[in-house]
Design a protein around this ligand. Structure first.
Ligand code: 5GP
Length: 189
């Protein structure tokens, strides 16, 4: 997606350890016009798939997911990182955080992820695929079906994309970063 690639090159910042900061337009301050274009692109790329719900994980996935849900007029559900005392029919899984380098629990209510659901998962980044694998675990536990996974940015020098594609998951990434070596952002054409 050309508009997104251009913006990453203009406003993205590299941090040691292969981290790309996009907090001026994607995951802290948010550019809603860009976010709408991102959602339009996701809708186009998954137009051949039938899904009835959009799923994401808090917090950074919520903005793109809700834009997709809005365009498709479908409900959006997000996995929570803090377990609310009042959550009913909870299922949970453990995820390793790439950016924080620690394990954390995420949960979701089976009231909103059911056997009838065909899920499109949306998130901001795909790195090692830990968050994505955790979401697949929740989808499996609920007896729902995963239709596809869309990421705004995939870091292809980490193993998540290969792992998901080797499991025959339909993955769509709108910008693929081949390298951040030497703090130079190299985006795939
Ligand atoms: P994974 O679970 O695929 O290893 O990492 C995905 C999650 O970690 C994303 O939900 C995202 O929040 C965070 N993440 C991974 N790599 C980066 C990065 O380079 N920059 C930012 N801002 N977040 C990242």
């Amino acid at each position: 997606m050309e508009l997104l690639k251009k913006r990453i090159l203009e406003d993205g910042k590299c941090f040691p350890g292969g981290i790309l900061k996009v907090d001026s337009f994607i995951n802290h301050q948010i550019d809603p016009v860009l976010m709408k274009s991102i959602a339009v692109e996701f809708v186009k790329r998954f137009s051949g798939n039938r899904f009835n719900k959009v799923m994401t994980i808090e917090a950074s996935g919520i903005a793109p997911a809700i834009m997709v849900g809005y365009l498709m007029e479908l409900p959006v559900v997000f996995a929570k990182k803090k377990q609310p005392k009042t959550m009913e029919n909870m299922i949970s899984t453990t995820i390793h955080s790439f950016t924080k380098d620690r394990e954390y629990q995420v949960c979701i209510s089976k009231d909103f992820l059911t056997q009838e659901d065909r899920i499109l998962f949306i998130d901001d980044f795909l790195a090692n695929g830990n968050a994505a694998n955790g979401m697949i675990d929740l989808i499996d536990q609920a007896g729902a079906e995963l239709v596809g996974m869309g990421f705004i940015i995939e870091k292809a020098f980490q193993k998540g994309g290969d792992l998901l594609r080797s499991r025959y998951v339909h993955v769509e990434s709108l910008a693929i970063i081949d390298s951040l070596d030497g703090c130079k952002i190299q985006i795939r054409e």
